[in-house]
Design a protein around this ligand. Structure first.
Ligand code: ZN
Length: 192
């Protein structure tokens, strides 16, 4: 039933059901959000974009990439904010939150951008898999859409500011997130 807003007695103003529906969808973005997705309010940054990566490996999880990035890149730890598993070393579609997100510090996932903007201002999400040869699992895609929708809503990020690594303005030449990553399908599942 359409919500009736107080107007004059003779002509009540009826809120359009379409608008109510959109508001409900936006509310739903916050429903069943894992606690770890909400950053500590004292340190929360204003993120302005999202960069999607693949791991380029068939298996892995946040702890494995953390070790690899420490030992081979000599970084403080895993370069991404979130890692979405494929059922090998973590659950299929499981979203792991890394220390970078918990501390709201710059990432190490998209180097070479002017002023390091993508590491500073964009949320880095890595899906486990090598999408030069396969596509993400259905559960990975579901989790990716849920996570991006949450980030879009919280930071007001439009679809045009969601990039694959290779299409990130100023990024070094790369195939990441893989030749077969379904970017247009993903965009069709997201809010504008
Ligand atoms: Zn990448």
């Amino acid at each position: 039933m359409p919500e009736i807003v107080k107007g004059s007695v003779s002509e009540p103003i009826v809120v359009q059901p379409r608008i109510i529906e959109r508001e409900r969808t936006q509310e739903n973005v916050y429903k069943n959000i894992p606690r770890g997705w909400l950053p500590p309010p004292q340190v929360e940054k204003r993120w302005t974009a999202i960069v999607i990566h693949h791991s380029g490996t068939e298996t892995g999880n946040a702890a494995i990439f953390d070790k690899w990035h420490r030992e081979n890149r000599h970084w403080e730890g895993v370069g991404y904010d979130f890692v979405i598993g494929n059922g090998t070393d973590s659950g299929d579609g499981q979203v792991e939150v890394t220390f970078r997100w918990r501390r709201q510090i710059a990432g190490a996932h998209c180097g070479g951008t002017p002023g390091n903007w993508a590491n500073e201002d964009a949320v880095g999400i890595c899906l486990v898999g090598n999408f030069d040869y396969t596509v993400p699992t259905a559960r990975q895609m579901q989790s990716l859409v849920k996570l991006i929708s949450f980030l879009q809503k919280r930071y007001g990020i439009s679809k045009s500011r969601i990039y694959g690594h290779k299409n990130t303005p100023g990024a070094r030449v790369t195939e990441c997130p893989g030749k077969m990553f379904p970017m247009s399908k993903l965009k069709s599942m997201l809010a504008p």
